[in-house]
Design a protein around this ligand. Structure first.
Ligand SMILES: [Zn+2]
Length: 345
């Protein structure tokens, strides 16, 4: 118990500091409108990463080492693509759903199945092919970026359930997110850490913290923090077409899996600065963060180019984002050949 308490104390995360992305990009606010109470809420990834960076002096060195491997690996994939000889093996990754409910009601198999279908539709590019024809404010040139078939697929291994009122209350009152992965606090211990993606579906996450989901990149949660190297998502945004929240089409999970496989948000680790990037070659530099919905005709450019707010790694409502680029695919596949190779079945 003593050790667990120490772990929790060292990873308290001020998730609430990332709950108003519109305010971080003043020149962007006019492009956005809110469609519901939850439209301004987004992802806790940036706050979690910078919190880790502030507490762990070795983080940047670990991330740099990973970047060297990724750069080398993606260069090979790009060379194959140019030569027309690219052959991407299908990579299959098992996932476990850990449901922490405040009501005690179990998540239904139908909801989990719908989410798994949507996750695989996004990663196969099928979702983009279908959704890119929507007249929802997408620029006409958005489709040129293609479907971004990652050749990565996900299979459901198990669903765990626990009535987690105590741990959820603890988390929401203390903003200590990883508590949900600790059995002694009423959470659920992750399954086969490093060989499976553990997805925590949690009641009340958005209402309490203003975020829809969060997670870590590889190399972030290591050592005694490794138990927290999972994905966390509010149950309102989980379930594909069956997700309870009206603005959700189940893309929050695809976005958080993107982080788990080493994708950053499009501005990288700094907004309002065109020199920072997400380390992906075919996503344009941007200094803006987008959320909510995007009004037709509003300004959506920065750093001298059209912003790719319609990317899955953007934080707009699901109706306005629909694809990973080929560059993001390469970065995720490099991660599955390197830091997260244990996930591939
Ligand atoms: Zn995110």
């Amino acid at each position: 118990m003593r050790k667990s308490l120490l772990i929790i104390a060292t990873c308290a995360i001020a998730l609430s500091c990332d709950n108003d992305p519109i305010a971080t990009t003043d020149n962007n606010a006019s492009a956005l409108t809110s469609t519901s109470k939850t439209a301004k809420t987004t992802c806790g990834f940036d706050a979690y990463l910078e919190d880790t960076a502030a507490k762990d002096p070795e983080l940047e060195a670990r991330l740099s080492a990973q970047e060297a491997f990724i750069s080398n690996y993606t260069a090979k994939l790009e060379a194959q693509e140019k030569s027309g000889k690219q052959n991407l093996p299908l990579l299959t990754i098992p996932v476990v759903i850990n449901h922490l409910s405040q009501s005690g009601q179990r998540i239904s198999q139908a909801v989990v199945d719908a989410q798994m279908v949507r996750l695989n539709e996004v990663f196969s590019g099928v979702y983009a092919s279908r959704a890119s024809s929507r007249p929802s404010g997408l620029p006409s040139n958005a489709r040129q970026f293609g479907a971004g078939n990652t050749r990565i697929r996900f299979t459901l291994q198990a669903i765990n359930h626990r009535n987690g009122s105590e741990v959820i209350d603890f988390f929401t009152s203390n903003l200590q997110f990883p508590a949900v992965a600790l059995e002694e606090f009423g959470g659920i211990t992750p399954t086969s850490l490093g060989s499976v993606i553990n997805i925590y579906v949690i009641s009340n996450l958005t209402d309490a913290t203003g975020i829809r989901g969060s997670g870590s990149i590889p190399g972030q949660a290591t050592g005694d923090q490794a138990i927290f190297d999972n994905i966390y998502i509010d149950e309102l945004f989980f379930g594909g077409d069956l997700a309870p929240e009206a603005v959700s089409e189940g893309l929050t999970l695809a976005h958080e899996v993107g982080h788990h496989l080493n994708l950053f948000h499009l501005p990288g680790r700094a907004t309002e600065n065109c020199r920072f990037d997400d380390a992906v070659r075919d996503t344009p530099n941007t200094s803006k963060r987008y959320s909510g919905t995007v009004r037709t005709g509003a300004s959506t450019t920065s750093c001298g180019s059209q912003d790719m707010y319609w990317n899955i790694m953007s934080s707009v409502d699901d109706s306005h984002r629909f694809l990973f680029t080929n560059g993001q695919r390469n970065r995720m596949r490099a991660t599955l050949a390197g830091a997260r190779s244990g996930l591939v079945q």
